[in-house]
Design a protein around this ligand. Structure first.
Ligand code: ADP
Length: 502
């Protein structure tokens, strides 16, 4: 079984969120299960720089007016997974992030960038770029790879099976119809039965409409996206395809997120020896300049600062969140006006609230390790990874009961506390009062050290490793490509292939 795993983010080469973690950990788990998994990532400068064992495999001709480009074959730095990088200088060689420039503005040519990436994925998977290599299954992820199933569906002849995973339905890759002719797609596909969405091109809809199999990242989110509340306007199409849609819970990579060997922590710790966690808390209080008080409950927030993550509610509720003697340390970046509210709260409550704007991987580890409580609300949450990490670090999550948060956290109530199954705290509504009340319950339990320790130990013992979920993906691959033999099909008059040299 050979899988081409296409993603716009792969940790540690490129990351803006959970997609990067999943695109590194799932291929690693699949490889361990004997699935030959090959990654494909745009050749962002930092990704090319950080990848190891680089060789230029193939030079490709101008396509979609993007100029000549090449495919670099490499390995991921940590786990040595095979990866191809699409090194197209005019589209990917620039400072900034995968989707936005340094000022947070979307790149104006995102449609062309990820269309080219998707065309390369499709050709590669059919064995058209390297004589010897083809995929049995192409696994595409989120809108940047949404065109891959559409392109493959249009090509006559044998093709690999396609799986499309929705990591976040709200990011749709919507573009003006005026550029459709630049994307190398057939005219027929641009209609409401195809990839058109209210007069625009929707990369996400293309993935949903044309893939053989759909997955999303938790069972609850798989049900939620069939409703108008969570369906982002695509619930109708998703309902049509409900038979092909399955929710497979994301996992945590415990080689990276394990407090007993996390290289980013000042002190390591484990269930058997929690002294290091207290040292992490002290170090975090020091690093952020909040009160050096080991007994005060320390609430941490590590998140994109967006509407999805209820950052507006968090910002407004901060005075109440710390009302009961708690301290609060926040790290994140996102919408500027919300960052400003966080900054204002930190100024108003020096020593009690501290905020760092930014995206810093090592710091995220230190917050997750040093906190007592992770504040992790969301209006919707496809899966959520941070709460999984926090539980392993003995930092009890406060979450809203939606999507993967509902599937992974067991609320501490009388019943679950008695049975010893509680792992965190969950609220239902999305109001400030709902959240603050839930934080209050967490703080009350914190003041009962014996009960707290019991929940903490149970949370740390949870296993959200990738093994089970990777097995489920492998089973899906096999159901889609039972014989797992695809033969490369040459395509006539394909501009991307005309000048292949190498
Ligand atoms: P999402 O993908 O919606 O942002 P997830 O919970 O699935 O949410 O994944 C978030 C990932 O991004 C986690 O690995 C988390 O540690 C990381 N992260 C979020 N914000 C920051 C930040 N400001 N700095 C560093 N890492 C962050």
């Amino acid at each position: 079984m050979r899988v081409l795993f296409g993603s716009s983010e792969v940790y540690p080469l490129a990351k803006t969120g959970g997609l990067a973690d999943v695109s590194a950990a799932l291929p690693k788990a699949l490889t361990a299960l004997g699935v030959e998994t090959h990654l494909l990532l745009p050749g962002y400068p930092r990704a090319i720089q950080a990848a190891s064992n680089k060789t230029v495999e193939i030079e490709l001709a101008d396509f979609m007016g993007a100029g000549p480009f090449r495919l670099i074959s490499a390995r991921t730095p940590d786990s040595a997974l095979p990866i191809w990088l699409v090194d197209c200088p005019s589209l990917f060689r620039r400072p900034g992030g995968p989707y936005q420039d340094q000022d947070g503005q979307d790149w104006p040519d995102n449609a062309r960038r990820f269309a080219l990436f998707s065309h390369v994925a499709a050709r590669l998977s059919r064995g058209q770029l390297f004589g010897g290599w083809h995929a049995d299954v192409v696994h595409a992820n989120d809108w940047p790879t949404g065109l891959v199933p559409a392109i493959l569906a249009e090509i006559p002849g044998q093709r690999p099976a396609t799986i499309f995973t929705i990591h976040n339905l709200a990011y749709q890759g919507l573009f003006t119809a005026a550029i459709y002719s630049q994307l190398g797609l057939s005219d027929e596909a641009f209609n409401p039965e195809g990839l058109e969405f209210h007069g625009k091109i929707s990369f996400l809809k293309a993935g949903i409409r044309y893939s053989d199999q759909l997955t999303t990242v938790s069972p609850t989110y798989a049900r939620e996206i069939l409703t108008s509340e969570y369906g982002c306007g695509l619930q109708g199409l998703l309902q049509q395809r409900a038979q092909d849609l399955v929710g497979i819970l994301n996992g945590a990579d415990y080689e990276i997120w394990d407090p007993s060997r996390d290289v980013y922590l000042p002190n390591n710790f484990s269930l058997a020896n929690m002294a290091g966690k207290r040292a992490c808390k002290t170090a975090l209080q020091d690093e952020f300049g909040v009160k050096a008080d080991l007994e005060a409950p320390l609430i941490v927030f590590v998140s994109r600062i967006t509407d999805q993550k209820m950052a507006d509610v968090v910002a407004a509720a901060l005075p109440e969140v710390i009302g009961d003697g708690a301290l609060c340390v926040l790290l994140g970046d996102g919408e500027r006006h919300l960052e400003e509210q966080f900054e204002a709260a930190a100024l108003r409550y020096p020593g009690r609230i501290a905020f760092r704007v930014g995206y810093e991987e090592p710091l995220a580890h230190r917050l997750v390790a040093g906190g007592d409580i992770l504040l992790h609300p969301a209006r919707y949450e496809p899966c959520g990874l941070t709460q999984l990490y926090a539980m392993r670090y003995g930092t009890l999550p406060v979450v809203r009961g939606t999507g993967g948060l509902r599937d992974t956290v067991v609320d501490a109530n009388d019943d679950t506390l008695n049975r010893g199954t509680a792992t965190g705290f969950m609220f239902e509504g999305a109001s400030s009062e709902d959240m603050v009340r839930c934080v209050g319950r967490a703080l009350a339990l914190y003041r009962q050290p014996v009960a707290w320790r019991k929940v903490q130990r149970h949370a740390m013992a949870q296993n959200f490793g990738w093994e089970d979920s990777a097995r489920r993906y492998r089973a899906l691959y096999h159901s889609l490509a039972p014989g797992a033999v695809a033969t490369p099909q040459p395509v006539v008059a394909d501009p991307i292939l005309e000048h292949v040299a190498g």
